[in-house]
Write a protein that binds this ligand. Structure first.
Ligand code: SAH
Ligand code: SF4
Length: 356
């Protein structure tokens, strides 16, 4: 099977090149070309040492190694120009979403970790699709490199922030995601600081505990959406596997072991989880945790009848949490006209195909 050079950490790349008779310095050059300069075709670089050029040309030609530079199959800017959604086409024709958002000097990329998702959250377009497959580290890194190239082409500085909030459940693909993060944080390459990176999970308890154990220095976001077992199980089938009680216990352990705050996400759904009682229940549930709560009005999806909260309910909800002492923000619904929200661009494309 062809392997991708983008799957490798710096150490793995160096080991490979040395085992192929090249010098360790060649690994530095190749890493700089692929990860720091984010060049899609390393052979374009004129100053490659002849042995490195010869080796690269050979392995890429033979197909023993490949690069992850997925073509763009659709590119949708929002009308306010602040959000740009890309569908990238993987080698097996799977399409995944990558989003770039933000202002000059403060861009954030939102990346996918799986094609589809096995967790089945009822309100989520990706969940509605079902699970297709895990992404490899190189396929995750490729999305960040793509965003970096786009920004540089526009004369922008590189990415500042990175969120794992695209398609898929990052902690269901733990090893690939953590290898991708090692690559993305490498100071000789993309060099995105761990404190600028957020990993969002639906609540895969073993993954949260493992992040704490390994002292992974990224921000952890936990998608909560309900504060009782019954209500949560209705929205998030994965709650059967990792019940809310276990999830909150894991969060307490994460707080205690790492000293890091947890960012809880709450998608506000009209009449479902947006009443003042719901807000009070969150405050009880999270009591004593070092927690920040992000409120996000639902983006409507085809497969779910729920609608977003109105502004007044969202404001009341926000105030109750703040009064209870939790830092809390309502996330603006940016780029809504791009079918914002995870998996929705792909879902929109699929339903257009069905209709055609
Ligand atoms: N699987 C991970 C990360 C990807 S989803 C997780 O669930 O956390 C990223 C965020 O988008 C999650 O908080 C998820 O609940 C939220 N989300 C999914 N579909 C949404 C929708 N239709 N409207 C608003 N938020 C949504
Ligand atoms: Fe998967 Fe996250 Fe969507 Fe749930 S919200 S189905 S975990 S991507």
């Amino acid at each position: 099977m062809t392997r991708s050079l983008h799957d490798l950490t710096f150490d793995q790349l160096r080991e490979l090149l040395v085992s192929e008779g090249l010098r360790p310095a060649h690994a530095g050059t190749l890493w700089n070309t692929l990860q720091f300069r984010a060049m899609a075709d390393p052979l374009v670089r004129e100053d490659l040492a002849p042995p490195l050029r010869k080796w690269l040309t050979r392995v890429l030609h033979e197909g023993s190694w490949m690069l992850d530079v997925p073509p763009v199959s659709s590119d949708t800017p929002s009308s306010d120009g602040l959000t740009h959604k890309f569908l990238l086409r993987m080698a097996d024709a799977q399409e995944i979403e990558t989003v770039i958002m933000g202002y000059t000097g403060r861009h954030t990329a939102c990346v996918s970790t799986q094609a589809g998702c096995a967790m089945g959250c009822v309100f989520c377009a990706t969940g509605q699709m079902g699970f297709v497959r895990h992404l490899r580290p190189g396929e995750i890194v490729a999305q960040v490199l793509h965003a970096q190239r786009i920004l540089r082409t526009k004369g922008e500085k590189g990415l500042r922030n990175l969120v794992f909030m695209g398609m898929g459940e990052p902690l269901h693909n733990y090893d690939a995601v953590m290898t991708a993060l090692d690559i993305i944080c490498d100071t000789r390459g993309l060099n995105i600081g761990p404190s600028k990176i957020s990993v969002s999970t639906v609540g895969v308890v073993p993954g949260i505990l493992r992040m704490a154990e390994e002292n992974r220095p990224y921000n952890l976001a936990v998608s909560l959406h309900a504060a009782t077992e019954e209500e949560r199980a209705k929205l998030i089938p994965a709650n059967q596997r990792w019940p809310l009680a276990d999830l909150i216990a894991a969060c307490r352990s994460y707080n205690a072991r790492t000293g890091r705050r947890i960012f809880f996400a709450w998608t506000l759904i009209h009449g479902v989880n947006d009443t003042p009682e719901h807000a009070k229940r969150i405050a009880e549930l999270l009591h004593g945790l070092d927690a920040h709560v992000n409120l996000i009005p639902l983006n409507r999806t085809e497969g779910y009848t729920g609608t977003e909260s109105d502004d007044a309910s969202a404001d009341t909800f926000h105030r109750i949490l703040q009064d209870a002492g939790f830092p809390c923000t309502i996330r603006q619904r940016r780029g809504i006209d791009v079918a914002a929200g995870c998996g929705q661009l792909k879902a929109a494309k699929q339903s257009r195909r069905k209709a055609a």
